[in-house]
Write a protein that binds this ligand. Structure first.
Ligand code: ATP
Ligand code: MG
Length: 560
């Protein structure tokens, strides 16, 4: 993206001002700091596009930094998935791949410095006592009885904490700030905790781990970050960010907060997405219903559509919920231009054209993309037995049903006018098994020379030529716009039981035999679909519906 294309926002305003005043010697250096405790989601894409976008626009740099200071939840497999998702999105951090865990020695040294400066102390209060001493928003806190320890005693205890002499959570290192501060975060927050857990990169080297607030600002400082962009929840932590760096008297980047992305009908939190995976509510992190980048990719979203979406929603200072339609429209707009059209029948109903010769077949010309005639045409086989969509036929049509019904004529797209002359039913169940029609050979190509009008155009496939396929239709994962809403706020109670519908005996055009995993099509009248990249089911191709169509068909009808 070039600077001219970039949207103005308050962050760019700040950077412009900083460049004018030469605050960081003309440098712009950002970072994207994921914790490797899950897969990236679309909210992270917003942060990636912002951080890398700003760096690129100002000819600056952007680091990838794994914020890996919680040994219990982090894994190397998450590091790998994060890197591959970022590459897929099209961002390149080159050799600037950093890990907060590589700063553990440095962070420990910084803690010692704070102790020496009388700015940190070892506290023996239990977690319950700590929260009791903390006070509330309206009441001041109380000093810990251990607050007055000498630097020598603190250094000795802190060293022994590192050696593993004490139990988990029995002691913490705390910043010595002000238990009466109106900012709760400044009431002697913990800087280090004891946790006898193996770290995925550092093994059992440490049993003392830095808190996020301590690790993050120092990591930013060490890397020479200029603008540390984070989400609004961290606004309250900013005074602590500044306090720590000032206390250590080291280089101080500025933290700037922006609104996180919330999307309707889904949750954007790795912790919650993990619950969906572990509870088997979805098939994995890359389930096509997941708002993860790997899920969206498997569903059929392109890099471009996600980047355009992030660009379009912009950067603001106030939280809001973005409608899922905005994301869907971004892929629709792209695929409308690029996806070849094909015919696929999702719920087949057999049609026999009784006046069409038994062993005749012909190839009819179909347009690959009416939005792009450069994409050419193809031949679609037509024969005596076809499939149409079960829902396109009604024996007793209701008043506004204009499609096929007994005695009525409709157009088969690119083919002929057909008229229903008979309905064959299962004797026992009464279910419609097939319908018999006659065709008018004079209407070849789908137009009637005598100007006779029909009210509907149906898609179809030739029964003996069609391929069988499995199609997966998706609805939103949750039934509520804000899944946290409702009793107890447990988002899982708002899961949509109908979020996945699997159709196993769909029939698609034979030309799709060569369709490669990840390729995208518009199934006429049915939406945009992507060949699943996981294993095909029983050797049949599997298609995921990316998104339904909107109005596209109505336009085609008007043109006719
Ligand atoms: P999660 O709750 O999903 O784990 P997080 O903020 O804890 O989110 P991190 O891995 O720490 O996840 O996030 C890396 C970066 O991505 C952070 O700078 C964070 O602010 C940003 N980020 C995370 N979620 C969103 C979101 N929904 N919208 C915008 N930015 C986000
Ligand atoms: Mg986090």
């Amino acid at each position: 993206m070039t600077a001219s294309k970039a949207r103005a926002n308050f962050i760019r305003d700040i950077i412009d001002k900083d460049l004018k005043t030469d605050k960081y010697e003309g440098r712009v250096h950002t970072r994207f700091p994921p914790e490797p405790n899950g897969f990236l989601h679309i909210g992270h894409a917003k942060s990636i596009c912002l951080n890398f976008g700003v760096a690129a626009d100002y000819k600056g740099l952007c680091n990838l930094r794994f914020d890996d200071t919680n040994p219990e939840t982090e894994e190397i497999s998450y590091v790998e998935s994060i890197k591959s998702d970022m590459k897929w999105l099209g961002f390149d951090w080159r050799d600037r791949e950093f890990y907060a865990s590589d700063y553990f020695d440095k962070l420990y040294e910084c803690a010692i410095q704070l102790i020496n400066k009388g700015k940190a102390y070892v506290c023996d209060l239990s977690p319950e006592e700590v929260s009791k001493y903390r006070g509330t928003v309206t009441e001041p806190g109380k000093d810990s009885p251990y607050r007055g320890r000498s630097a020598e005693e603190n250094l000795d205890l802190f060293g022994r904490m590192k050696k593993g002499e004490f139990e988990d959570a029995s002691r913490t290192l705390r910043a010595k700030i002000d238990m009466r501060s109106p900012h709760m975060i400044m009431r002697d927050p913990p800087l280090y905790r004891i946790k006898k857990a193996s770290h995925y990169r550092k093994g059992d080297q440490w049993c003392l781990y830095p808190m996020y607030d301590f690790a993050h600002c120092i990591s930013d400082s060490v890397e020479g970050i200029t603008h540390s962009l984070c989400t609004l929840e961290f606004e309250n932590n900013r005074p602590l960010y500044d306090w720590i760096l000032k206390g250590l008297d080291i280089y101080r980047p500025q933290q700037i907060e922006f609104a996180r992305l919330n999307l309707s009908y889904t949750v954007l939190s790795k912790r919650k997405l993990l619950q969906l995976v572990e509870g088997k509510h979805v098939s994995g992190w890359d389930d096509p219903r997941m708002p993860t980048l790997s899920g969206l990719r498997r569903r059929g979203y392109t890099q471009g559509s996600i980047r355009n979406f992030c660009d379009e929603i912009g950067i603001a200072k106030f939280n809001s919920i973005i409608d899922i339609n905005v994301l869907e429209n971004s892929i629709r707009a792209e695929l409308n231009r690029t996806a070849p059209r094909v015919m696929a029948v999702l719920r087949p109903l057999k049609v026999v054209i009784t006046n069409y010769p038994l062993d005749k077949e012909e190839g009819l010309d179909a347009i690959n993309n009416p939005e792009d005639h450069g994409m050419g045409t193809r031949k679609v086989p037509f024969s005596r037995e076809l499939y149409i969509e079960r829902e396109d036929f009604q024996e007793d049509p209701h008043r506004k049903f204009y499609r096929l019904s007994p005695g009525r004529e409709v157009r088969l797209r690119y083919a002929y006018y057909i008229k229903c002359v008979d309905v064959i039913k299962d004797e026992k169940t009464g279910e419609v098994k097939e319908i018999h029609c006659t065709y008018d050979p004079a209407t070849k190509g789908g137009d009637s020379p005598d100007g006779r009008k029909v009210k509907a155009t149906l898609h179809w496939v030739s029964a003996c030529h069609a391929l069988e396929a499995e199609v997966r239709l998706y609805e939103e994962l949750f039934t509520k716009r804000d899944p946290e809403e409702g009793e107890g706020g447990d988002f899982k109670s708002n899961l949509n039981p109908n979020s996945l519908e699997v159709l196993r005996s769909c029939r698609i055009e034979p030309g799709l035999k060569k369709a490669k995993p990840g390729s995208r099509y518009q199934f006429e009248r049915k939406g945009y679909f992507c060949v699943d990249s996981a294993d095909p089911s029983d050797g049949k191709p599997v298609f995921n519906r990316i998104v339904s169509l909107r109005d596209t068909w109505a336009k085609i009808e008007k043109k006719k």
